[in-house]
Design a protein around this ligand. Sequence first.
Ligand code: ZN
Length: 201
Amino acid sequence: MSNLLPTSVLVDPGNGEMAGRTRRYQKRFGDLAGLFADEAAFAEMARSRGSEVAYQVDEFRPSERAGDVIFGTSTLYPGKVGQEYAFTRGHIHAIGDQPEIYHCQSGHGVMLMELADGTVHAEEMRPNMVVYVPPYWIHRSVNVGAGPFVTLFCYPADAGQDYGIIARSGGMRDLVIDDGAGGWTLARNPRYRARALAGAA
Ligand code: ZN
């Protein structure tokens, strides 16, 4: 195996653009069907803003080898579907014991985390705050601000992503919603179904 060459990339903290990225992907609002609790509000959003980018990931992926790291930026645009703030689909790492860090570059967001047993933890993020997502925590970014919520992430290169753990339970246990005073609060997701845990009776 040949050695990789050292590399630097430049990140624009305002919009997450990463010069030197190896890959970019985008999700549009129209791609997010079934994820928000208020289906009528989502249908309206999909009609009016379905072709707009909801979030974008620029990444630098040197390899997918164990021991390497992948890093990049996540840029999540603001919006609400009903009372629910815009979020990324979210995942757990396919290799579950792999952690991740997120460093807020700009904006105002929440890192919503959840264990398979439904334990919830939310960390509010503002510029220069770093959140550590420990192994085995499902994680999703939520934009509770008025502008883009930009984070720089870094995770083990072989971790992979499993999105199905959220889909199978009807979403994450809690929703991040408008508290009616310009802030945010958590509310139970009425569609959430507790996961059957390995070893449970
Ligand atoms: Zn992750």
